[in-house]
Design a protein around this ligand. Structure first.
Ligand code: FAD
Length: 317
């Protein structure tokens, strides 16, 4: 379990990463090629994101719209099994509310349990392109907290499927997301922290943060969490900048700020090769400061590319 890895590290900062399933039809080999070099830094766990089905309306030409579902990045459960089989690490599948009924979620969790996977990062998910705001399935979970409740129920051997009432309990260690710069839908930080605390009070055991580029945002967030009596480990999530496009894309998708100093350095770059070097240098400096502050884990959003994360980790682990 993630919490056991942290407890057994005796205060030493651990290295971990998040990967994204390959696009539908791609080979898993490219994913392994990306994880293999990072095994040098002995990650005790690897997160695998989950992506819901999306739908688009296609014009059939006769005035009728056809609803077409697309699954861009399938395979989270299978990838977790493959990671467990290939490496000595614990996969942490993400599970999301959006796009799933509670029954479908229960079945996915049963599959994970069969595979000996003991960790889940529980999330709500975002709205899809066709929807302005997040809409849960009619029989689905609306907020991450509802999904936390569902996993905790299964950990207490309470299943939705009546035929499973005598089944053994699962024993998932539950992580949840936290936002040093506030979740974009929350009216203010106080409200966001209130719901974060509820997720912990219901049974989540650790927090992984949204990416941030200014460590002070993380330090302030930890302080606010502690003041709100949230005492669980708070794992910082870090993303190395690799392209100039990140300067606009990351703030717009993830609702985070790029510090002035970093922006100025990136603007000076003439090529993305130079940008990547700035991103690595920034990542090393951020990681060192966080490590010195005694964070439990440095968790890198690799987003399908390992070289920047490798260069940063090489300086620290
Ligand atoms: P919630 O905790 O449900 O919060 C969502 C919003 O609702 C917040 O503003 C919160 O303040 C508010 N809120 C919470 N509970 C209540 C309540 N009971 N009543 C009223 N308001 C409430 N997305 C994916 O699709 N797949 C992934 O694999 C994935 N991985 C992620 C990993 C990390 C570390 C992070 C930080 C995000 C990830 N996301 C992923 C994105 C995530 O799904 C979105 O950020 C989503 O918008 C919010 O998810 P959440 O779990 O924080 O939601």
């Amino acid at each position: 379990k993630v919490t056991e890895h942290i407890a057994n590290a005796d205060g030493k900062t651990l290295f971990s990463l998040e990967i994204i399933p390959p696009k539908k039809g791609d080979s898993i080999e490219s994913l392994f090629g990306h994880i293999d070099p990072l095994m040098e830094f002995k990650p005790p766990f690897i997160d695998v994101t989950y992506h819901r089905e999306e739908f688009v309306y296609k014009n059939r030409g006769n005035g009728l719209l056809e609803k077409k579902t697309i699954r861009k990045r399938p395979g989270t459960v299978g990838i977790c099994a493959a990671i467990k089989n290939r490496y000595e690490v614990d996969p942490v599948p993400h599970i999301i509310c959006g796009g799933f009924t509670k029954e479908e979620t229960e079945n996915a969790l049963i599959d994970l349990n069969f595979l000996g996977i003991d960790n889940v990062l529980v999330l709500r998910g975002d709205s899809i392109a066709e929807e302005k705001t997040f809409k849960p399935e009619p029989d689905g979970n609306a907020y991450a907290i509802d999904l936390v409740n569902q996993v905790v129920s299964m950990n207490n051997a309470r299943y939705l499927d009546e035929e499973l009432q005598n089944a053994v309990p699962t024993s998932f260690c539950i992580g949840v997301a936290g936002y040093p710069e506030k979740h974009f839908e929350a009216p203010n930080m106080k409200s966001d922290l209130k719901y974060l605390k509820e997720k912990i009070d219901r049974g989540a055991e650790y927090i992984v943060t949204q990416m941030f580029f200014d460590n002070q945002k993380y330090f302030d967030f930890v302080e606010q969490c502690r003041a709100a009596c949230i005492t669980v480990p708070i794992i910082p999530g870090l993303k190395p900048i690799t392209t100039k496009g990140h300067m606009t894309v990351l703030p717009s998708i993830f609702h985070i700020d790029i510090p002035d100093d970093l922006y100025v350095e990136i603007e000076k770059c003439k090529t993305n090769k130079e940008v990547k070097e700035v991103g690595i240098a920034w990542g090393i400096q951020q990681s060192k400061e966080l490590m010195d502050a005694g964070v439990p884990v440095l968790h890198y959003y690799s987003m399908g590319k390992s070289d920047s994360v490798y260069r940063i980790a090489k300086e620290l682990f």
